[in-house]
Design a protein around this ligand. Structure first.
Ligand code: MOS
Length: 744
């Protein structure tokens, strides 16, 4: 073995890459059993009202049909008369309960489940279910109910409400030299991951279930299902080793898992439910939000007041909340700040977290307003941000644990060539295209959660690192293997990482960009305990060369525990395992955020995003020529997977700026483009150069110095593009996406 440490900080190829590209990685809908039945959910054709009649005659007579479940014959659950357990990331309100009664709360709501002998038979029979409805008029446009906006009656766990106002923003605004007030709107979005939401329940007999469910954290649907159906947690295990993209969609359990478990228990056999692409639009979504930002400044561009008001859509049955406006109180230094966040109910499914929930929307509005302020004051957009640089988190009145945003502005601007920008809109042109340079700031929380991990060294000299967290494509497998390999001084080829398995040590959902810092730290803690165990066994060997050695006197490297004072004195890991008298030695580690530290400091990641667009004025076509995203996010564990995270976030930002929009028919309340043909996400031809810079940033929030990267890449990206479009064209489009019709 060669000395290749540290793995952490390098560009390490994905340890699960080969499994994925060779098709060996199995996803929730790919697990099977001899007695597997296939189920298809029947979607409601109305958005609001009740089911007057279900005619199942034709469906029941269709080939291969085994059972049809609906509100009319749904098996009772122990929770029928009680509120359901709120899942780990639930929001206030009453979670959607499939088949509870005849009420329809949103378009596409499942009204029946057809179970058949094949997937095709189930789909075919599902299409034969005839429903008659009593229809009520739905409202799906948040603007139509803005007068009914209300303060969230109950705070969502983990989501800070807007900070108290400081100073007097309204009066300062009125008396300020330069002021602007604008409304911003972003079209609702859906996550659109590649992998469909799916559950395969394997009936193990005697009430035991093995559940393969697409989820961002196996413990969450496991706890939910056990509570709802009254199942013994010892007999129900959840697995989700691979997730084909999620972006927040699979944080909460969806109706696929409820229906699959219900059918499996009823039929006492294995059942699979796979949602259709259309049904992927019947769950969480990035909520519609009306935003107004008012900024005032003095002649030098120093902010004198910030006011940010958001009215965000939620469903009739839950008060979904995001920290949308909070960012406006912490990104810039300003003495007079007033932030307001309200909800308004529409007849849709409950919105959900979608990559950087709240920040993606709120920072977009703030950063476009800042761009407008740059023109109003004649101050360069980067310089404007430097003049208003926040040295502390004024929302919580705390210093930042670290903040290298200045370096991000500097290095991003340098790499991008910002100095070549001529400030006037429409002043840069190449050929027939207008050229625009725009930039924006991004910000996201650096969160941590309690996690546990187990590490096991076996007699063949291999290390397993295991935690019930998920890898949703982010690279969790790889960074956990890197951390384990470094901690134990081993070759990464000899390390196997395991996640997505509810029998493994506890982890919450993988979300909020907290997994790397938290699960990674837990692995580190576990490895320290493993070293102690191994050394204990090594000391116990007859005439052990390490007889009196303590942990601080030895080095673990290249498969050997070696005395620092005499390198000839060593014991191999394998011999230490053998000396234990067992086939393997294992240790567990628990990580919890250091409360003193998190009390004392505000921890955030930051970015400076620079975009160049080309606009063909005759055609209205916008092309994003290049983007430079400079990220300050603490220690980077793996340059390759980290860069991929930022690339993905930036692409999503481009989608938000130019392409993505879920279009509801406002009179019927139904989504008109619930498919990837008409819901436009950026394709390869839409994306050219994306350059990612990781700014050096030292942070002590955890021993790894990691802040997390899954979400910061998307924040600010859409604003940078929108600002570049203004610079190119002189047209300020305050409604995303900026489609051709808005520019012509
Ligand atoms: Mo993220 S929206 O917490 O998966």
């Amino acid at each position: 073995m060669s000395n290749v440490h540290p793995y952490v900080g390098r560009s390490q190829p994905r340890v699960d890459g080969a499994l994925k590209v060779t098709g060996q990685a199995k996803y929730a809908a790919e697990f099977t059993a001899d007695d597997l039945a296939y189920a298809a959910a029947v979607p409601s054709a109305i958005a609001k009202g009740r089911i007057a009649k279900l005619d199942l005659t034709a469906a029941k007579a269709a080939p291969g049909v085994i059972e049809i479940l609906s509100h009319e014959n749904r098996p009772e659950t122990p929770k029928d008369d009680k509120p359901y357990l709120n899942d780990m990331v639930a929001v206030p309100g009453s979670p959607f309960r499939p088949f509870r009664d005849d009420r329809i709360a949103f378009s596409g709501q499942p009204i029946a489940l057809v179970v058949a002998d094949t997937h095709e038979h189930a789909r075919d029979a599902a299409a034969l279910v005839i429903a008659e409805y009593e229809t009520e008029t739905p409202v799906v446009d948040v603007a139509a109910v803005r007068n009914e906006a209300y303060d969230p009656p109950e705070k969502r766990n983990g989501i800070p409400p807007p900070p108290e106002p400081r100073g007097d923003a309204a009066a300062t605004f009125a008396g300020s030299q330069i002021r602007l007030e604008q409304d911003y709107r972003v079209s609702p979005e859906h996550h659109n991951p590649m992998e469909l939401q799916a559950t395969t329940v394997i009936w193990e007999g005697d009430g035991a279930l093995t559940v393969h469910n697409k989820t961002q954290g196996v413990m969450n649907p496991k706890n939910y299902v056990c509570a709802v159906f009254g199942l013994d947690p010892e007999k129900v295990q959840f697995f989700s080793p691979f997730v084909g993209g999620s972006f927040g969609m699979a944080l909460r359990p969806h109706y696929d898992v409820f229906l699959a478990v219900m059918a499996s228990l009823k039929l006492e056999r294995s059942v699979r439910v796979v949602l259709t692409r259309q049904q992927m639009y019947t769950m969480g979504w990035r909520p519609d939000v009306l935003q107004t930002v008012a900024l005032s400044a003095n002649g030098e561009g120093k902010l004198t007041s910030i006011q940010h008001h958001a009215i965000q859509a939620t469903s009739q049955f839950e008060d979904y909340q995001e920290p949308t406006v909070n960012w406006s109180g912490l990104i810039y230094d300003c003495a007079n700040v007033s932030l307001k966040y309200e909800l308004a109910k529409v007849d849709t499914s409950t919105p959900s977290d979608m990559r950087a929930p709240g920040a993606t929307l709120g920072v977009y509005a703030l950063e476009c307003a800042m761009d407008e302020l740059a023109y109003a004051t004649g101050v360069d957009p980067v310089e404007l941000r430097l003049r208003n640089y926040a040295e502390k988190d004024a929302n919580d009145d705390k210093p930042f644990s670290s903040k290298e945003l200045r370096a991000a502005y500097e290095q991003g601007a340098e790499r991008f060539g910002w100095s070549k920008r001529s400030p006037e809109p429409r002043s840069m042109k190449e050929g027939r295209e207008l050229v625009g340079y725009g930039m924006a700031t991004g910000c996201w929380e650096a969160m941590m959660q309690a996690h546990s991990a187990r590490v096991t060294l076996s007699a063949d000299g291999r290390l397993e690192v295991a935690c019930a967290t998920a890898d949703i494509g982010t690279g969790t497998y790889t960074i956990l293997a890197q951390i384990g390999a470094d901690a134990m001084g081993m070759d990464i080829e000899d390390v196997v990482a395991r996640v997505g398995d509810s029998t493994l040590p506890m982890a919450p959902v993988e979300g909020g960009s907290w997994a790397a810092a938290s699960a990674g730290s837990a692995v580190q803690v576990a490895c320290k305990a493993l070293k102690e165990e191994l050394l204990k066994h090594a000391r116990g060997i007859d005439a052990s060369p390490l007889a009196n050695a303590g942990l601080d006197l030895v080095t673990f490297e290249n498969g050997r525990i070696t005395l620092d004072s005499d390198p000839k004195m060593s014991v191999s890991y394998v011999d230490a395992v053998r000396a234990s008298g067992r086939g393997e030695v294992e240790a567990e580690g628990d990580f919890a955020p250091d409360e003193k530290f998190t009390e004392a400091y505000a921890a955030y990641t930051h970015s400076a995003v620079f975009a160049e667009v080309r606009v063909d004025e005759e055609l209205g076509v916008v092309r994003v020529q290049r983007i430079v995203s400079a990220i300050a996010a603490g220690k980077i564990l793996n340059l390759a997977t980290a860069r991929s995270q930022i690339l993905g976030g930036v692409v999503m930002g481009v989608g938000m700026a130019l392409h993505e929009a879920t279009e509801w028919d406002k009179s019927l309340g139904r989504i008109m483009n619930a498919n990837l043909g008409e819901y436009h996400i950026p394709s390869h031809a839409d994306i050219r150069d994306i350059d990612v810079i990781f700014v050096k940033e030292d942070d002590e929030a955890n021993p790894l110095g990691v802040k997390g990267l899954g979400e910061i890449g998307v924040v600010g990206a859409a604003a940078a593009v929108a600002n570049a479009v203004f610079h190119a064209t002189g047209k300020r489009i305050r409604e995303l996406p900026i489609t051709i019709d808005k520019l012509l």
